[in-house]
Design a protein around this ligand. Structure first.
Ligand code: IPM
Ligand code: MG
Length: 356
């Protein structure tokens, strides 16, 4: 098969981790006889520096013309510490999500047997935890208008907006995921306070009879934040709005043991994007210490969702599990004998090439 992949490495550790995922994609593709073309394009602070736009039109064209996008990370402290900056790297990520119509962000959360002891949560709580968080990605408070500041600068406002069709399409996706899994769906909202949440509840309630086999529950986000940590095994599929999903999935990474392990797939109207859920980790930039596994596992999701090549995805996941088992891991997982980012990438590619 011919695989045309757009590579948007972005900022901070983005380029380093993406490089490892590419080694892995190459190894799998060589083994299975696929031919891969990578087209590199600018995004984030790197793109602001080069052309003054964090998601330039040329980059969008590259994404539209590709079968999938491999995305690194976005964000730069130069902008974080400058609240007055007019153009911010994150605008690139949000612009990409909007222009590609990526309304669903899928974040699988599970544990690796070899890492159970790394989670700050007790082993018996996290062992066997396995759920998928489905985060709405192109609506809500991230995109609602108006957003801004009053003229005197003393008042600021964000607006949370959801339309019925936005809730319907993500809810349908979530119900369908539940049907293919353990048939449990939890919708997380704040319907006791927010009008948008009440629309979500109404829409999901209306759809529920179409999925009689799915056991549906509703949960307020504050309660969900507690239950995810207290009893992660109770969840199968979680569906929620943009900002709640952002927060809950960072929290959920604690279950796995490291934020450096959680991949994601963003799917929607055009080309899908595969990216780690962590950020650009500026403190580690260029040090060759960041964990590449979230990006490598995002490449596995790419094979599964964008190319429908499940065996290739399994080869990647096997390699990741083997590296964890052998303790060939970066410093976020092993402080005593840590391996470098590039060493982990080489190890995984080697493993895949040798894997019978
Ligand atoms: C994520 C990130 C982004 C988000 C940031 C970088 C804008 O935290 O993908 O979860 O909030 O969506
Ligand atoms: Mg986030």
């Amino acid at each position: 098969m011919k695989l045309n992949i757009a590579v948007l490495a972005g900022d901070g550790i983005g380029p380093e981790i993406v490089e490892q995922a590419i080694k892995v994609i190459d190894a799998v593709s060589d083994k299975m006889g696929h031919s891969v073309t990578y087209t590199y394009a600018l995004t984030g602070a790197a793109a602001i520096d080069a052309v003054g736009d964090p998601y330039p039109p040329e980059t969008h064209e590259v994404c539209m013309a590709s079968d999938a996008v491999l995305f690194g990370a976005i964000g730069d402290p130069r902008f974080d510490n400058d609240p007055k900056a007019k153009v911010r790297p994150e605008m690139g990520l949000l612009g990409m999500r909007q222009k590609l119509g990526l309304y669903a962000n899928i974040r699988p959360v599970s544990t690796f047997p070899s890492l159970l002891h790394k989670s700050p949560l007790r082993k018996e709580l996290v062992e066997g935890a396995d759920f998928i968080a489905i985060r709405e990605l192109t609506g809500g408070i991230y995109f609602g208008k108006p957003q801004g500041r009053s003229e005197d600068g003393n008042t600021a406002y964000d607006t949370c907006v959801y339309h019925r069709f936005e809730v319907e399409r993500i809810a349908k996706l979530a119900f369908d995921f539940a049907m293919r899994r353990r048939k449990k769906l939890c919708m997380v909202d704040k319907a006791n306070v927010l009008a948008t949440s009440r629309l979500w509840r109404e829409v999901v309630q209306e759809m529920a009879p179409t999925y009689p086999e799915v056991e549906l529950e509703y949960m307020f986000v504050d309660n969900a934040a507690m239950q995810i940590i207290q009893w992660p095994k109770r969840f199968d599929v979680i569906v929620t709005e943009n900002m709640f999903g952002d927060i809950l999935t960072d929290e959920a990474s604690v279950i796995t043991g490291s934020l450096g392990l959680l991949p994601s797939a963003s799917i929607g109207l055009h080309t899908s994007v595969f990216e780690p859920i962590h950020g650009s980790y500026p403190q580690a930039t260029g040090k060759n210490i960041a964990n590449p596994l979230a990006t490598v596992l995002s490449a596995a999701l790419m094979f599964e969702y964008a190319f429908k090549l499940d065996h290739e995805a399994a080869l990647i996941r096997n390699a990741v599990e083997a590296s964890l088992l052998s303790g060939f891991v970066t410093e976020d997982i092993d402080k005593t004998d840590p391996k470098k980012t590039s060493e982990v990438g080489d190890w995984l590619a080697e493993y895949i090439r040798a894997d019978k």
